[in-house]
Write a protein that binds this ligand. Structure first.
Ligand SMILES: [Zn+2]
Length: 229
C-alpha cells in the first residue's frame, strides 16, 4: 500500500538541500552525511572567537557565534540559498533546531530570556512570504525553550540589497534602519539576536546597538553561517 506522502515523493523526490542526494525516509531537508560533515565553526564553545572579535570596538556583546563556515559554492551556501530564495521556510526551522542542539549544551545560553530575529522590512517579508531569520529563531526556540519576540525590533527603512555594494557602502547603509517602538518590553532582558549569515556584521551591529540602548539589556549574536570575506 502506498501512502499519500510516497505518492508526493514520486513527483517531488526528497533531496538533501545541501548536497542534492536522495534522502532516506527518516531524514528531512538535510541528509545525515551532510549533517555530520557540514563545516561547523565550534565558535560557540569559546568566548574569544572570530565573530566576537569582529565586533570589538564596535558594540559590546555578551557573546557571538556562528554555526557553520560559509564557503562560496559550498553546501552551506546551497542551504542558505534554498532558505532565502526557494521558499524553504521549514529548512530555517530545521537549521535552528540543529544549532539549538549545540547551544543548549553551553551554560551561557541557559540564561537567555528571549530570541529576536533580525527583521526584514515588511514589504520584503511580504514578497518573500516569511523572514528567514525568524524561521531560524523558531527552530532555536523549540530546542532552547525560550520565546521568540518577532514584533519588537522593526526595520523601518527598506534599504536596497547589500550584496552588490562595495564593502565601504555596506557599512554605511544600515544606520538608523532599525527601531524598537516599545523598548519597555525588553528592559533587563538577556537577548539572543539571530540572523542567517554574518559578513561584515554591520546589520547585527546596528540591531545590537538599538537593543543595548534599552536599560540593562544584554545581547548575544547567533547566525547560521559565517562568511569570512
Ligand atoms: Zn546531503
Amino acid at each position: 500500500m502506498y501512502l499519500f506522502s510516497d505518492f508526493i515523493s514520486l513527483i517531488y523526490p526528497n533531496i538533501c538541500m545541501a548536497c542534492g542526494n536522495a534522502l532516506h525516509k527518516n531524514e528531512d531537508h538535510i541528509c545525515s552525511r551532510c549533517q555530520y560533515n557540514l563545516p561547523k565553526t565550534n565558535f560557540y564553545k569559546i568566548d574569544d572567537n572570530p565573530i566576537m572579535r569582529l565586533f570589538w570596538g564596535r558594540v559590546k556583546l555578551k557573546g557571538a557565534s556562528s554555526f557553520y563556515y560559509f564557503n562560496k559554492g559550498g553546501k552551506v551556501q546551497n542551504l542558505l540559498h534554498q532558505l532565502k530564495y526557494s521558499g524553504q521556510r521549514d529548512l530555517g526551522i530545521k537549521l535552528g533546531r540543529m544549532y539549538g542542539g549545540e547551544l543548549i549544551q553551553i551554560a551561557e545560553y541557559e540564561t537567555i530570556d528571549c530570541i529576536i530575529p533580525v527583521p526584514l522590512h515588511f514589504k520584503k517579508e511580504k514578497k518573500r512570504g516569511y523572514n528567514q531569520s525568524e524561521m531560524i529563531a523558531i527552530g532555536l526556540s523549540i530546542v532552547l525553550k525560550k520565546p521568540v519576540m518577532n514584533d519588537v525590533l522593526l526595520r523601518s527603512k527598506n534599504n536596497e540589497t547589500q550584496t552588490n555594494k562595495a564593502r565601504f557602502k555596506r557599512w554605511e547603509n544600515v544606520d538608523n534602519v532599525f527601531e524598537i517602538p516599545n523598548p519597555d518590553l525588553l528592559k533587563g532582558k538577556n537577548i539572543l539576536l539571530v540572523d542567517d549569515v554574518i559578513t561584515t556584521g554591520a546589520t547585527l551591529e546596528s540591531c545590537a546597538n538599538q537593543l543595548l540602548n534599552i536599560s540593562e539589556t544584554q545581547v548575544t549574536v547567533a547566525t547560521i553561517a559565517f562568511a569570512n570575506l
